[in-house]
Design a binder for this molecule. Structure first.
Ligand code: F6P
Length: 317
C-alpha cells in the first residue's frame, strides 16, 4: 500500500479525521491524496497530494477541507467508470470514505463491483449506520441542538410559553430523540413514529388546567414542519406558540472532544485495515470496542431504539 485517497461528506469531526488519516498514513510511509467534492470530485479527477502540513490547524474546525457534493452521476455506470479512471490516474491503492449511509453505500459498490480496496469511516449527524454505536459528528450535532434548546427553555419557562423546535433528521429521529431526552422536553415527533396532534393538545390543555403552561416539543424535520405543528396547536388549544428551526447549525461547528477522539481512533484503524489489505469494511465502535464491520452490514437499516427513547422521555417529563 503506497498511496491512498480520502473522500468525505460533511459534519463536525471530519477534518479531525482527515488529519489523523494523513498523519497515520505518513507514519507508515503511505502517501495520501485528497479527493475534493466527494464522488463528484472522484468522477472529475479533482485531487491533491497531501502531506502532514496540509492538515495543520484543522482539528477544531467543522465542515470538510475537502468540500463535498451530492453526486447523481455516480449512480450511473458511466460515472462509476470515470471514478475508476481517477483512481487509476492517481495510482491509488486504496480509498478511505468518510460519511453516512449514501457515502458508504457507494463505497460498498466500488469495493464489491469493481474490486477497489475501500474502508469506510461512519460520519453522520443522523448516527444511522447499522452496527455502529457512534458516528463522527453525531455528538457535536446533539450538543449544538441541546445548547440552543437550553437557551430556548429559559424563555419558555419565563414566559410560560409553548415552543416547537425543529431539528435535523430527514429520515431519522436520532437528534430529536437525544435532544428531547437530554433537554427534558415534553414531546418529540420523529419520522419513525406516528403522532396524534389531538392527543398532544389534550395533554397540553390538561397540563394547562393544572398550571403547567410551558412546553417544548421537538420535531424532526422529516416528520413535520415546526410552523404547521405550532399553528395546529394554537388552533386547537387557543394557546400562543413560538417556533425555532435550528437547521444546518447542527451539522457544522467546533467538534466536541468526543467526536475528535472518535475521529482519530477511526482514522488510524482505517489506515491500518487498508495497509493489511482489507476492503469492503468500515470501522465501528460497538459496545465500547473498536471493531471491523462489513460495509454490507453497515448500510442496512438500523434499529434506532425509538420506542425506548420515546417511553423514557414521556416517563421523565
Ligand atoms: O443526513 C444528514 C442530514 O443532515 C439529515 O439530518 C438532513 O435531513 C439532511 O442531511 C439534509 O441534507 P441537505 O443538507 O443536503 O439538505
Amino acid at each position: 500500500m503506497k498511496r491512498i485517497g480520502i473522500l468525505t461528506r460533511d459534519c463536525a469531526g471530519i477534518n479531525a479525521c482527515i488529519r489523523a488519516i494523513v498523519r497515520t498514513a505518513d507514519s507508515y510511509g503511505i502517501e495520501t491524496v485528497g479527493i475534493f467534492r466527494g464522488y463528484e470530485g472522484l468522477i472529475n479527477g479533482e485531487t491533491k497530494i497531501f502531506d502532514r502540513r496540509s492538515v495543520s490547524g484543522i482539528i477544531n474546525t467543522g465542515g470538510t477541507i475537502l468540500k463535498t457534493a451530492r453526486s447523481k452521476r455516480f449512480m450511473t455506470e458511466e460515472g462509476q467508470l470515470k471514478a475508476l479512471q481517477t483512481i487509476k490516474n492517481n495510482n491509488l491503492d486504496g480509498l478511505i470514505v468518510i460519511g453516512g449511509n449514501g457515502s458508504l453505500t457507494a463505497a460498498h459498490l466500488l469495493a464489491s463491483k469493481y474490486g477497489i480496496k475501500v474502508i469506510g469511516v461512519p460520519a453522520t449527524i443522523d448516527n444511522d449506520i447499522n452496527g455502529v454505536d457512534f458516528c463522527v459528528g453525531a455528538d457535536t450535532a446533539v450538543n449544538v441542538a441541546l445548547d440552543a434548546l437550553d437557551k430556548i427553555r429559559d424563555t419558555a419557562d419565563s414566559l410560560e410559553r409553548i415552543f416547537v423546535v425543529e431539528v435535523m433528521g430527514r429520515d431519522c429521529g436520532y437528534i430529536a430523540l437525544r435532544v428531547a431526552l437530554a433537554g427534558g422536553c415534553e414531546e418529540v415527533l420523529v419520522p419513525e413514529r406516528d403522532f396524534d396532534i389531538e392527543e398532544i393538545c389534550e395533554a397540553i390543555t390538561e397540563g394547562n388546567v393544572r398550571g403547567k403552561i410551558s412546553w417544548i416539543i421537538i420535531v424532526a424535520e422529516g416528520k413535520a414542519h415546526a410552523s404547521d405543528v405550532a399553528a395546529k396547536i394554537t388552533e386547537i388549544t387557543e394557546l400562543e406558540t413560538r417556533i425555532v428551526v435550528l437547521g444546518h447549525i447542527q451539522r457544522g461547528g467546533r467538534p466536541t472532544a468526543g467526536d475528535r477522539i472518535l475521529a482519530a481512533r477511526y482514522a488510524s484503524m482505517a489506515v491500518e485495515m487498508l495497509k493489511d489489505g482489507q476492503t469492503d469494511k468500515c470501522v465501528a465502535l460497538r459496545n465500547m470496542d473498536f471493531i471491523e464491520l462489513p460495509l454490507e452490514e453497515a448500510i442496512k437499516p438500523k434499529d434506532m431504539e425509538v420506542e425506548t427513547y420515546y417511553r423514557l422521555i414521556k416517563v421523565l417529563t
